[in-house]
Design a binder for this molecule. Structure first.
Ligand code: MLT
Length: 275
């Protein structure tokens, strides 16, 4: 699954925020929902879907504005996207699940945990952080959103690529480079701009971390240039009983760069928390 296969679809949300969400729903067993980052899509999780579907029901949605999901005018806030996931679970008649997210998907997973704590059986936070953007980062999001609308995603994809992957991956693993660049370049510029504006206005979730009661696994690449290990260590200090694994020779997209270690950590964690 490196390109988008034909997804299932469902409508979630109300009024102007009603949106169609595309998703894959594979396997059977305890439910694991994995949320991709910006500006990716559900194929980010191809290796995890393959590894977990034996023994789990794995649900990978395209967040609003990304992949095959719809776009709604206005900022795609983390709360709106968390609400979309709750709506998806409602439509699938799923009460509780393991909720995981990478980067922006992690911001959404944290918002989901804050808004719908009883629906989170366990939490997986990969290459993400609890802090909000500082002023400089907010301004840069506005610049990037305007650039996406004006020029499309190709230039943004080229500029982001070396921040997403280690230098070693960029130099030696063309298939991963192609997949990551392909996801970024194919994201709808309006959807990307909406996500950028949503991330710029996201709230700081640091003070919420100590309220999390769900078992939590935190994963980060040792060479992550966007959400460095220090961000993961902060979450690990604040979330009671959380486990942190730093994966070597991996950057921001650690699940694609080191799928063996990433999947082993996921499996170990899930088998420990599933009753
Ligand atoms: C992501 O991978 O989702 C983004 O890099 C997150 C961000 O820009 O803060």
């Amino acid at each position: 699954m490196t390109s988008l296969n034909v997804p299932q679809r469902t409508s979630v949300g109300r009024g102007v925020n009603r949106v169609e969400i595309a998703y894959d729903d594979v396997g059977s067993g305890p439910v694991v929902v994995l949320l991709h980052g910006y500006p990716f899509n559900r194929t980010l999780w191809r290796d995890q879907v393959a590894a977990l579907q034996e023994g789990h029901r794995v649900i990978v949605p395209d967040l609003r504005g990304h992949g095959g999901s719809g776009i709604v005018p206005g900022p795609a806030t983390m709360e709106l996207m968390a609400g979309d996931i709750a709506g998806l679970l409602d439509n699938l008649k799923i009460e509780q699940a393991a909720i995981g997210g990478l980067s922006m998907g992690g911001y959404v997973a944290l918002a989901f945990c804050r808004l719908f704590p009883f629906r989170v059986q366990s939490l997986i936070l990969a290459a993400t952080r609890a802090q909000a953007d500082n002023d400089e980062a907010k301004q840069n999001r506005e610049v990037q959103a305007a650039k996406a609308r004006r020029e499309g995603m190709k230039g943004i994809a080229d500029a982001l690529l070396p921040k997403m992957l280690t230098a070693e991956t960029v130099a030696k693993r063309p298939e991963i480079v192609k997949h990551v660049r392909g996801m970024m370049a194919s994201t709808n510029p309006e959807g990307a701009a909406a996500a950028l504006q949503g991330m710029a206005t996201r709230q700081d979730q640091t003070s919420f971390l100590s309220e999390i009661v769900a078992p939590t696994l935190i994963l980060v690449g040792s060479e992550d240039a966007i959400t460095p290990p220090a961000d993961a260590e902060l979450m690990n200090r604040e979330i009671k009983g959380s486990r942190l694994q730093i994966i070597e020779r991996a950057g921001h997209v650690l699940n694609l760069e080191q799928p063996g270690e990433f999947n082993a950590a996921l499996r170990r964690f899930l088998s420990g928390v599933e009753g």
